[in-house]
Design a protein around this ligand. Structure first.
Ligand SMILES: Cc1cc2nc3c(=O)[nH]c(=O)nc-3n(C[C@H](O)[C@H](O)[C@H](O)COP(=O)(O)OP(=O)(O)OC[C@H]3O[C@@H](n4cnc5c(N)ncnc54)[C@H](O)[C@@H]3O)c2cc1C
Length: 531
């Protein structure tokens, strides 16, 4: 296909972009060019445990770092983002969370009409192939396989009982209408293999003659004729190429790169563009603002019973056993998502819905070197606030498309965020220190009991916590001057240009962000088809 023949150009083949490309090309008359800066695949990506291996591998990951900020002790926090077909879904922790119905009703209430729970629930349903079956809320037969973690471990049973002892129920389907409780994780894993959107959506679509996928093609900017977007300029193999779209360009480069591409194209805040020598083509002050992420704080314990922790089994001879277990039974260490157990809990009983999420992991890592395990049996429980209030920003800091933008989290700026993180941290200890875990719980070695007062806990969080890898909101959807796209995902004031990825979320969904990002890609296809 020559460039002139494309109806749509999609930039970024990640969670949203791959789903969008696959859905649009179901109509054989529609011709799509899908541009992805990363490679087609990475040999580790299909194994779930690759989460820990690809976290800092530039062959599959943009490996950004945040700007140092006083709120988090002036640290440069690593910001991994997937750089492969499948985007971040090809390197992520495989945890599958839709969020709470209230999240989407909030979006609609903020002016994103057509995005309420009632509107998005059918989209979540059609994208799923949930092993637990169709109960009217969950979906079967969709492209994305969703399965509950099959791994068994007496530590998991003890954690469920510990949750109950602390007053928290067990929930059999947190992706139903009620999220609250301690739960076995649902994952984007099928028979031990990662279901990235490259696997789930692009693989079945790749043979279509109307879908042209170009990898290692880095988009520098969109092409504008006045206020109409007519195509993109991208670099491949050291050559610049211009591709034109007959109908529209859709940016799906994710919450870090999409605002960067808009700014490099001259769309954004004039002061920021001019400071970096970019000619202002269209003033849109909200580009790169409204940035949120989850701040993740961990507590680690030694585990008394070595059989209950993966630390001994994921080293030396144990590793041989785990390899065989994976190869022959698709089980064990290599088949785990980033956390086999989760908890969605309220820090205060009067809350309407959970405000913190915990990830429970049957091993201990040398933080922040995630690929290194401790040489003693351990366990980790981490917490983040589900819907943080603090707002940061992502803006260009150079006119060079290859220079990463400045990522300013502004974590813990809001006092509610500080309070919720400290409360969530205490709740972890409350659960793990309860009686059912007595046979397993050894010493809390990180941070250790000496970190006890609210001030000490907050200080520990400032010095040690990291992102949970869920950047969103930098091209916020809605009406008004503090948004970038309308409820049809069209960039305000520019025709022929939409955004479809996690950058459009007006607020943080309550949980991990892969499922909502795929939902955005699916829904974008509906909106585009509807004209
Ligand atoms: C390490 C890690 C762990 C995570 N764990 C989980 C989890 O367990 N569960 C969960 O629900 N979520 C998880 N997430 C978050 C989730 O994966 C993301 O929210 C989601 O994938 C975002 O989708 P997206 O479409 O917005 O962007 P992405 O999936 O990141 O896709 C953006 C794509 O655009 C490409 N791109 C960027 N710039 C350009 C350019 N200039 N030209 C061309 N292409 C470009 C990128 O290479 C990428 O392929 C994790 C993320 C990471 C990084």
């Amino acid at each position: 296909m020559s460039d002139a023949q494309y109806d749509y150009i999609i930039v970024g083949a990640g969670s949203a972009g791959a789903a969008l490309a696959a859905r649009l090309t179901e109509d054989a008359r529609v011709k799509v060019l899908l541009l992805e800066a990363g490679k087609a695949s990475h040999p580790y990506s299909r194994f779930p445990i690759s989460f820990g291996l690809l976290i800092d591998d530039p062959a599959a990951n943009w490996c950004y770092r945040s700007a140092p900020e006083a709120n988090t002790n002036n640290r440069e926090i690593p910001v991994p983002r997937g750089k492969l077909l499948g985007g971040s879904s090809a390197i992520n922790g495989l945890v599958y969370v839709r969020g709470q119905p209230m999240d989407y009703d909030t979006w609609a209430q903020m002016g994103a009409r057509g995005w309420s729970w009632q509107d998005v629930a059918p989209v979540f349903r059609r994208m799923e192939n949930f092993e637990g079956g169709d109960d009217g809320v969950r979906g079967v037969g969709g492209p994305l396989h969703v399965s509950e973690v099959p791994d068994q471990n007496p530590l998991y049973d003890a954690l469920f009982k510990a949750g109950e002892a602390a007053g928290y129920k067990r929930n059999r389907d947190y992706n139903g209408l009620d999220q609250e409780g301690v739960v076995k994780t649902q994952t984007t894993i099928r028979r031990g293999v990662r279901m990235s959107t490259a696997q789930a959506y692009l693989r079945p679509a790749r043979g279509r003659s109307n879908l042209h996928i170009v990898t290692e093609a880095m988009t520098h900017r969109v092409l504008l004729e006045g206020t109409r977007c007519v195509g993109v300029a991208y670099e491949r193999g050291g050559q610049m190429v211009e591709a034109r779209a007959g109908r529209e360009v859709i940016l799906s480069a994710g919450a870090v790169a999409t605002p960067q591409i808009l700014e490099l194209s001259g769309i954004g805040r004039p002061d920021i563009l001019q400071a970096h020598g970019v000619t202002v083509k269209h003033v849109l002050a909200a580009v790169g603002e409204n940035f949120r992420d989850h701040l993740n704080a961990r507590i680690q314990w030694k585990v008394i019973d070595p059989a209950a922790s993966y630390n001994p089994r994921a080293r030396g001879l144990g590793l041989v056993g785990e390899t065989l277990r994976y190869l022959f039974a698709r089980g064990g260490f290599f088949s785990l998502p980033s956390a086999p157990l989760l908890a969605f809990l309220k820090t205060r009983p009067e809350l309407e819905a959970p405000d913190v999420q915990m990830h429970m992991v049957p091993y201990a890592i040398k933080n922040p070197k995630k690929r290194q395990l401790h040489d003693f049996p351990g366990m980790t429980v981490a917490v983040y606030q589900l819907r943080p209030e603090s707002l940061g920003s992502i803006h260009i800091q150079s006119p060079d498309p290859k220079a990463q933008p400045a990522i300013r989290f502004n974590f813990l700026h809001d006092s509610i965020d500080q309070r919720t993180m400290v409360d969530g941290f205490r709740m972890i200890r409350n659960i793990v220190e309860s009686k059912p875990l007595d046979p397993y719980r050894g010493e809390e070695f990180s941070p250790g009991k000496a970190v006890a007062s609210d001030a000490e806990i907050l200080d520990y969080i400032r010095k040690n916590s990291e992102t949970a890898y869920h950047p969103i909101g930098t091209c916020r959807m809605g009406p008004g001057s503090n948004t970038v796209v309308d409820d049809q995902l069209r960039v305000h004031g520019i025709s022929g240009l939409r955004v479809a990825d996690a950058s459009i979320f007006p607020t943080m969904p309550s949980g991990n962000t892969n499922a909502p990002s795929i939902m955005v890609g699916e829904k974008a296809a509906d909106l585009i088809r509807a004209g």
